[in-house]
Design a protein around this ligand. Structure first.
Ligand code: PGA
Length: 262
């Protein structure tokens, strides 16, 4: 049986300029020329102003380039926003929706995420939907309820025929970014199983094809633990992936490790 692809991606947040992003994606593609993209798809989600140049700098088959956010309308009186038409025009491959920083700092909700996901899928792009509980929700033991709600609201109305372009990232809010606390692999496994159960409930057997990636303080040391869980289909990395050499090292180590155990 063909094993499932294992994804590696990074969101560079509000860090790299266009020239820095170009240098990063070029170096990353260079360093990973031996990686089989069928088995290990790679993606980078840089800032909006850097997408066009990044997309032109490296081929899409080698590296998917994504946007960190969109507006759900195709056009309109929404000063300061960016539409899906603007992203397809510059050949963006995917849109990340509801990253925890968007939820926490910019008031993004499961309902706005839903509109953005539907727009993204309608226009033929991949939607990467981020879910995860806060520290307080974890302490109150409502992680399962939170994840289920995020998925049921965020994915409301998604057609089965679009599921091949839907990816999920589980990122516990307390595990992300500077000051984040890496999660135990048992907790990651439990949450991924809840997500899988919910996707099955929502979409039946077709829901099984949706990749569920893990993110939150992933680094070279802890990536092995997460990547060997059956429930994890990829790693979504921040800080530890922003140097192409470090990211490439994680990609190589993990793809070899998975090759040796599968
Ligand atoms: P981190 O970021 O790996 O730096 O914790 C993860 C994320 O925000 O997606």
């Amino acid at each position: 049986m063909k094993s499932r692809p294992f994804y590696f991606g990074t969101n560079t947040k509000m860090y790299k300029t266009s020239s820095q992003t170009e240098a990063f994606v070029r170096e990353l593609v260079d360093l990973t020329s031996d990686i089989d993209r069928e088995k290990n798809p790679l993606f980078v989600i840089p800032s909006l102003t850097t997408i066009e140049n990044a997309r032109k700098s490296v081929p899409s088959e080698k590296l998917k380039i994504g946007a960190q956010n969109i507006h759900w309308e195709e056009e309109g009186q929404y000063t300061g926003e960016v539409s899906i038409n603007m992203l397809t025009d510059i050949n963006t491959d995917l849109v990340m929706v509801a990253h925890s920083e968007r939820r926490q700092l910019f008031g993004e909700t499961d309902f706005s995420a839903n509109k953005k996901i539907l727009t993204t899928l309608k226009h033929g792009l991949i939607a990467l939907y981020c879910v995860g509980e806060t520290a307080q929700q974890k302490d109150f033991a409502v992680t399962a309820e939170v994840l289920k709600t995020q998925l049921k609201v965020g994915l409301n109305g998604v057609a089965l025929s679009d599921l091949s372009r839907l990816w999920i990232a589980y990122e516990p809010v307390w595990a992300i970014g500077v000051g984040g606390k890496p999660a135990d692999k048992e907790l990651v496994d439990r949450s991924h199983l809840i997500i899988r159960e919910t996707l099955l409930e929502l979409f039946g057997e077709t829901g099984k094809q949706i990749p569920v990636l893990y993110g939150g303080s992933v680094n070279l040391e802890n990536s092995r633990e997460y990547a060997t869980l059956n429930s994890v289909d990829g790693l979504f990395i921040g800080r530890s992936a922003w140097e192409a050499k470090n990211f490439s090292r994680i990609i190589h180590e993990i793809s070899q490790l998975r090759e040796s155990i599968l």
